[in-house]
Design a binder for this molecule. Structure first.
Ligand code: GLV
Ligand code: MN
Length: 218
């Protein structure tokens, strides 16, 4: 069989420039690197606290053991277990949240630019859904013990559709997944996104935009 120069070039490029193998945070180069989250230098992640100052407490975090405050406009309390609250996660590429829901509570549509999310229902009954980049909406009502996954970067939400409270824990393949909450991002940015951008984007009158800004503004 004759092998064309184009085939050789393609194989050569694949070998020299393999596809990136990491779909989330970069891999670690040492056992751990407890983050010095108040360091004055900035790097991609956080510099390591000196090993001599690392204590057992750096690897334990009880912030997710307490019920979050759901007395807000959404009826939801999101408690973050990311590198900022739990610096022992630095460079390990993972984090978790706890989300408490009052009856009817909504974790509003948002996306995580740096992570895929998986979650488990601990209590209650929730409608869980996400939308693909092709605008296909996938959703299901889940109860205790059932899991869900949200592919990286896609817009998703959870709504308590049960009678009582609900509780989920979520996990991410990033130490700091980030959250773009659509309502607050678009209508609560500082400085504000100009009204003519938003009226054109949503094809509504300015008073609708002003109402949204009053609800979600800083
Ligand atoms: C749920 O969607 C979460 O981001 O914790
Ligand atoms: Mn989420």
């Amino acid at each position: 069989m004759e092998i064309s120069p184009f085939f050789c070039l393609t194989i050569g490029l694949v070998l020299v420039f393999p596809a990136p193998s990491s779909l989330a945070d970069p891999d670690l180069l040492q056992d751990f690197c407890v983050g010095d989250v108040n360091a004055s230098i900035t790097i991609n992640g956080f510099p390591c606290k000196p090993a001599s100052e690392v204590t057992p407490d750096d690897f334990f975090f009880d912030g997710l053991s307490r019920e979050g405050n759901t007395s807000n406009q959404f009826g939801t309390g999101v408690t973050l277990g990311n590198v900022l609250s739990f610096p022992g996660l630095n460079t390990l590429g993972i984090s978790m949240n706890r989300v408490d829901f009052a009856p009817g509570g909504l974790n509003p549509p948002h996306s995580h630019p740096r992570a895929t999310e998986s979650g488990i229902i601990i209590e209650g009954r929730l409608l869980v859904g996400f939308v693909t980049t092709g605008n296909v909406f996938y959703s299901k009502v889940l109860t205790a013990g059932q899991m869900f996954v949200v592919p990286k970067g896609l817009v998703h939400f959870q709504k308590n559709v049960g009678e009582g409270k609900a509780l989920i824990f979520t996990a991410f393949n990033s130490q700091l997944p980030g959250a773009v909450i659509l309502s607050t991002t678009l209508f609560g940015a500082t400085p504000a996104i100009p009204n003519d951008v938003l009226t054109k984007a949503f094809q509504v009158e300015e008073d609708v935009i002003n109402e949204m800004k009053a609800k979600f503004g800083p």
